[in-house]
Design a protein around this ligand. Structure first.
Ligand SMILES: CC(C)(COP(=O)(O)OP(=O)(O)OC[C@H]1O[C@@H](n2cnc3c(N)ncnc32)[C@H](O)[C@@H]1OP(=O)(O)O)[C@@H](O)C(=O)NCCC(=O)NCCS
Length: 160
């Protein structure tokens, strides 16, 4: 597998990354199918260890990689294809503001059958401020909205 990833990376068709969280390797993210010419596009695949799922590790990793692809590598479009039943993965692209482009019927052969996939994409023009900055802003606004002091029904400093 490593040899395949290295070969594709050396050929300029793939950017393979590992994801570290608190000093431990917890997942992988790969930009594959990189096409240059008039397209300048790639698609992203990912997984993270169940032990760290639900902490925003993957949206942060995707945001970092998308910024790298648009700003350093020179790609124009990043696509993510997700099986409709994969709720957690759909949440990743929804939270990052990827545009929904519809359904590709029988798009990939997985687990012994041709599976439908939903397509989500971003182009560089859609994130002029950078995807990581946008994601971090959305995350802190969400955390602020959830904090007790942001609840208009509660006093900001209970007891005072
Ligand atoms: C999809 C995946 C990469 C998400 O990564 P993540 O770092 O957990 O992403 P997030 O922290 O943003 O969580 C995304 C959603 O997962 C769900 N989730 C939350 N806690 C979870 C947990 N402990 N275990 C599983 N899913 C959880 C929630 O629906 C969450 O959405 P929310 O933030 O609106 O609550 C990860 O679940 C995974 O590796 N799944 C298996 C491989 C896979 O499906 N890859 C994608 C193929 S397209």
């Amino acid at each position: 597998m490593v040899r395949h990833l290295r070969g594709e990376a050396n050929a300029g068709r793939m950017l393979p990354f590992v994801i570290e969280y608190q000093g431990r390797l917890v997942g992988q993210l790969t930009v594959a199918g990189i096409t240059w010419g008039s397209m300048c596009s790639g698609h992203v695949g990912y997984w993270v260890d169940q032990a760290v799922a639900g902490r925003g590790v993957m949206p942060t990793a995707v945001a970092l990689v998308v910024d790298h692809c648009f700003r350093t590598v020179g790609l124009h479009r990043i696509e993510v294809c997700i099986r409709p039943e994969n709720g957690p993965s759909r949440r990743v692209v929804e939270k990052l503001g990827f545009r929904s482009e519809g359904l590709r019927p029988r798009y990939l052969h997985i687990d012994g059958a041709w599976r439908d996939h939903l397509v989500f994409a971003l182009t560089a023009e859609e994130v002029p401020e950078g995807l990581l900055a946008r994601w971090q802003r959305a995350r802190s606004q969400q955390a602020h909205a959830k904090s007790p002091s942001a609840d208009p029904g509660k006093p900001a400093h209970p007891g005072k």
